[in-house]
Design a protein around this ligand. Structure first.
Ligand code: ATP
Ligand code: MG
Length: 570
């Protein structure tokens, strides 16, 4: 189900690829990769990168690899690897037989490091991490050369081999590229290629105690895999000269690195460190809590892969950082759910309605439309009887002006059923309304083809005897300000957590068919919002419902008023 390519707005990366195909730069090949570090769950920002890399490969008949950037042995965990693969697949992409790990290349990287040493382009340095930082200089001052910079090739080869053999403690030595300590680009001031770390790696075990740095591993991994366009986020722009330097010095196949602006979303934090903090400190239940911006969280919240891909296409790709409105993501979701969600009736805050002139014990099966947008989704039967539930909000004893719902002496239509009229209310000792008494007009049954009387309000309802009781979780935005991670007088992002991001309703009254609702089905509770069945806490015959989004689409309004403007958050 590729996105509609013909309508996709072009962007600079697409244009670069088209130009490279025209000039035959990579022999007409397009080969990208998505390179996550397995140190957290993927989030909506990663989804942008996934859609871009896999999407471009798909569009130009190329390939996209999934490569785990597992060069850091201490932080990585199997759980993350598993979840990342699941998320990429769920988004609808396929790496086929091209699943790689940077750790697969440790041997090759080691041999290449020796080559650079032999060329006099790399040396073993005994400065500590702190000293290396001091020697590096600043943006305005050049760095100082390490006293170990001019070791002989023989000494470097010997020391490097002994580093690998485990003779030296952690942090005591590094292998550094010999480039230029006066370079205006700090990344070129003899960057570290290897550090010593006596740590067990999740794939290579204890085979290695020297581990390659990101910059040393990344470009070479791209080269080994024959990547053509190595697409990454803007913070790597200043690393590109180093990316190019390594490949040029090694005289190996040379992919092209291209940088784009990462996705930032309002009301959201995207840093893995912050997301991990939310999980570890129990502000959310887990990485896949439906309030998390993780792909697994969005999935549990009821997002569809299609809506996320549509979003990624609409936000486009730019060279400049910007903040996208979360309302746009929600708009893409509503757009998709509107087409596929089953309409059903659910009463979240029930108020009892008794229809006095409806025979006791009688039940009628009424026809209800599953989706007015798509007649092929058919109809279903819903039971109607003498005692019903409506929403508490849909009744006012003392209604304000223009209140078209139920109030004493007034009429409303019950969806798919009859027009009813309120004739009395019953209160408890505290004066709280506990029951509304009505009469119905048998001549007004929906769908009978008779000319109908018109009333202004239509309410959803559920038959009390037939109602299925379920837990419903009303999720809302996790943060209550648009930029929780932005520095607000030193306040941390957790100060902006929305205390009402989850409101649980223990026994909502749902139409009976929902007893058999399954995760991966999408629902619209009429007049309330989109809901899905929680994939984790539901059981067969006992589904728990999550609110995906309410119905009101703030983005659609923005789009309408900003006529002529592009639907982007920039
Ligand atoms: P870390 O700080 O751990 O490196 P990261 O978010 O960069 O975090 P990676 O696993 O390295 O995590 O990211 C994998 C890929 O996803 C990279 O190519 C990265 O550039 C891209 N990516 C990460 N965050 C975003 C984002 N917000 N928008 C677009 N792409 C992103
Ligand atoms: Mg990264």
């Amino acid at each position: 189900m590729p996105v509609n390519e013909s309508s996709a707005p072009s962007h600079f990366i697409r244009n670069i690829i088209k130009e490279d195909l025209r000039t035959g730069k990579f022999g007409g090949r397009v080969h990208t990769r998505f390179p996550p570090e397995p140190n957290g769950y993927l989030h909506i920002g990663h989804a942008k990168s996934i859609c871009l890399n896999f999407g471009l490969a798909e569009e130009f008949g190329g390939k996209c690899n999934l490569r785990f950037d597992d060069t850091n042995p201490v932080k990585e965990e199997e759980e993350y690897t598993r979840s990342i693969m699941e998320d990429v697949r769920w988004l609808g992409f396929d790496w086929e037989d091209r699943l790689y790990f940077a750790s697969d290349y440790f041997e090759q990287l080691y041999r290449w490091a020796i080559e650079l040493i032999k060329k006099g382009k790399a040396y073993v340095c005994d400065l500590s991490a702190e000293q290396i930082r001091e020697y590096r200089g600043t943006l305005t001052e050049p760095g100082k050369e390490s006293p170990y910079r001019n070791r002989s090739v023989e000494e470097n080869l010997d020391l490097f081999e002994r580093m690998k053999a485990g003779e030296f403690p952690d942090g005591s030595r590094t292998l550094r590229a010999k480039i230029d300590m006066a370079s205006p680009n700090l990344n070129l001031r003899d960057p570290v290629m290897y550090r010593i770390l006596h740590a067990t790696h999740h794939r290579t075990g204890d085979k290695w105690c020297i581990y390659p740095m990101y910059d040393w591993a990344h470009g070479q991994s791209d080269s080994i895999e024959g990547i053509t366009h190595s697409i990454c986020t803007l913070e790597f722009e200043d690393h590109r000269p180093l990316y190019d330097w390594f490949l040029d010095e090694l005289e190996v196949y040379h992919p092209q690195q291209i940088e784009f602006a990462r996705l930032n979303l309002t009301y959201t934090v995207m840093s893995k460190r912050m997301l991990l903090e939310l999980v570890q400190e129990g502000h959310v239940e887990s990485w896949d809590d439906p309030r998390m911006p993780t792909i697994s969280g969005l999935r549990r919240r009821g997002y569809t892969p299609e809506s996320i891909r549509d979003f990624a296409e609409r936000i486009g790709v730019a060279k400049k950082e910007s903040m996208i409105d979360l309302a746009l993501l929600e708009h893409c979701l509503r757009d998709d759910l509107n087409k596929r969600a089953h309409r059903v009736m659910a009463v979240l805050h029930p108020l009892k309605v008794v229809i006095e002139n409806y025979p006791e014990g009688e039940v009628e099966e009424l026809d209800a439309v599953n989706n007015p947008e798509d007649p092929s989704m058919g109809t279903r039967k819903i039971p109607f009887s003498r005692v019903l539930y409506i929403e508490q909000d849909d009744f006012r004893e003392d209604p304000p002006r223009k209140y078209f719902r139920l109030s004493p002496g007034k009429e409303v239509r019950l969806r798919y059923a009859y027009i009813i009229k309120c004739v009395d209310v019953v209160k408890d000792e505290q004066g709280k309304i506990v029951e509304v008494r009505c009469t119905y007009d048998p001549e007004t049954k929906s769908g009978t083809g008779k000319t109908q009387r018109r009333v202004k309000g239509t309410l959803h309802w559920v038959s009390a005897r037939h109602a299925f009781e379920a837990e419903v979780r009303l999720y809302d935005r996790l943060f209550s300000v648009p930029d929780p991670a932005g520095d607000k007088e030193g306040k941390g992002f957790k100060e902006f957590l929305n205390p009402e991001s989850l409101v649980t309703i223990n026994s909502a009254k749902l139409e009976p068919g929902l007893k058999y609702a399954k995760p991966d089905e999408y629902y619209q509770f009429e007049r309330i919002g989109y809901f899905c069945v929680d994939g984790k806490d539901s059981k067969d015959g006992a589904p728990v419902f999550n609110r995906t989004v309410p119905l009101r689409d703030t983005w659609a309004k923005i789009e309408k008023t900003a006529a002529g403007k592009q639907p982007r958050g920039v």
